[in-house]
Write a protein that binds this ligand. Structure first.
Ligand code: SAM
Length: 190
């Protein structure tokens, strides 16, 4: 297939937005795949702030980063991404070039612990202030589970109301596949 699949497209968006030395956010660490990807993009002069509410996600991500010698450029935070504004240091405010959200539950973990619309939307609102112009938020929406459908609906309602002078909002989705495949919403700050 020539059309870019969902996760490669998410990575391509991040690659376009992030340079060495940048400040970025992984809003949902999980098993740390995106964290390692972002840590490589920013290099050892940059910084990734990574958030997850579960200790297991912090441990899994730390292991991955240690194995790949990437831990030095990552700050792991065991708090919800809704606390992002309090966590990011003063000198990094207004400089964030990208953020990644992979919604839903920790793969291989407790499927009852999921991202929820109130905190996801709060984090996006805070990021819109914390990012620099042309900074990008990439959100991969998993809506195969019941809570995922609730989160998808709330999130889509919210992103459609973002003032176009504040940010551009893109939806990238295969629309003829079964079983609610994940899709992307990307938000670029003006
Ligand atoms: N990006 C991950 C990877 O590469 O493996 C997958 C992320 S997983 C789909 C979603 C994660 O979001 C779970 O680990 C869950 O604990 C976490 N999560 C749920 N609510 C959260 C919140 N308020 N803030 C940060 N993380 C949260």
């Amino acid at each position: 297939m020539k059309l870019q699949r969902i996760l490669p497209f998410a990575k391509q968006l991040l690659e376009q937005a992030v340079s060495k030395g940048d400040i970025v956010v992984d809003a949902t660490l999980g098993n740390g795949h995106d964290t390692a990807f972002l840590a490589k993009l920013v290099g050892d002069t940059g910084k990734v702030y990574g958030f997850d509410i579960q200790e297991q996600a912090i441990l899994n991500t730390r292991d991955r980063l240690v194995t790949e010698s990437l831990l030095d450029q990552v700050t792991l935070v065991q708090q919800g991404h809704q606390h992002i504004d309090k966590v990011i240091s003063k000198e990094h405010k207004g400089l964030v070039s990208a953020a990644m959200f992979n919604l839903g539950y920790l793969p291989g973990g407790d499927q009852s612990i999921v991202t929820v619309p109130e905190t996801t939307i709060s984090a996006i609102q805070q990021l819109l202030s914390l990012m620099k112009p042309e900074g990008i938020i990439v959100i991969v929406i998993y809506h195969g589970h019941e809570e995922g459908q609730v989160e998808r609906d709330a999130l889509m309602t919210f992103v459609k109301t973002i003032d176009p002078s504040v940010a551009h909002v893109l939806q990238y989705q295969f629309i003829n596949k079964n079983n609610h495949p994940p899709y992307i919403v990307a938000i670029e700050k003006c």
